[in-house]
Ligand binder design. Sequence first.
Ligand SMILES: C[S@@+](CC[C@H](N)C(=O)[O-])C[C@H]1O[C@@H](n2cnc3c(N)ncnc32)[C@H](O)[C@@H]1O
Length: 258
Amino acid sequence: MSFEVSPELYDLLVGRYGARLAAELIRVAGVKPGDRALDVGCGPGALTAALVETLGPGRVTAIEPSRSFAAACRERVPGAEVLTGSAEQLPFEDGAFDVVLSQLVVNFMADAAKGVAEMARVARRTVAACVWDYGGSMTALHAFWDGARELDPSAPDEALTMSYCREGDLGDLFDRCGLAEVQFGSLLVEAHYAGMDDFWAPFPHGVGPSGAYCVTLPPERQAALKDAIHRRLGSPPGTFTLAARAWFATGRTYPLAT
Ligand SMILES: C[S@@+](CC[C@H](N)C(=O)[O-])C[C@H]1O[C@@H](n2cnc3c(N)ncnc32)[C@H](O)[C@@H]1O
């Protein structure tokens, strides 16, 4: 499991974008004071923390299949209730939450249509989700996979293997899941790196699909991959900042609640 890893290592890969992305997802989802919110696939808790900050303690529930991530979220966000479980089988009553959000998770669900349908079932008003633009402006992961294929043309490409990572894909899924007033668009964020060693640190530990690929390589191939990625990032000599785009969709449950 590429997500049964230390939350600190995850922070170095995707977590460093998490707080900014969460703020954007909360904005487009129209989360408002007094709402009860569910975070599906919360990981170590970037979106959960932002929801508690917005809504206050006792109004946010999070659910996550990785035990290490669920434990980290519980510890990091004491104002939230954190359960272990999956999107496809949410242990909640119909309409238990005003808003149900999911950040960077739909593409990892075993059955995304079932997962989003479950999110819609437990939402009284709004469902919102986002997925990285793997093939485009998620610079870090795009550079990783381009570098991997430069060295080995048969290496995978997350832009092709990931579902729901093209513009409009999530919106189409939301439509198929019966959500109303579906809207979609992009969320733009960025993250800062202290240098190439900082960028590279999580990959040899197997974090996420990119890390899972990295650990299959012998040390000299890992070093060559690190160099190839550095070149693709423009060979920055010191600190650098990378942009990342995620596609989002929002939808209303029907009949519309007030
Ligand atoms: C890229 S991480 C995103 C974590 C967190 N939402 C964030 O923004 O940092 C993907 C997460 O989806 C979780 N996940 C994978 N399959 C899932 C499923 N079927 N239902 C819910 N979460 C799932 C993983 O365990 C992992 O924590």
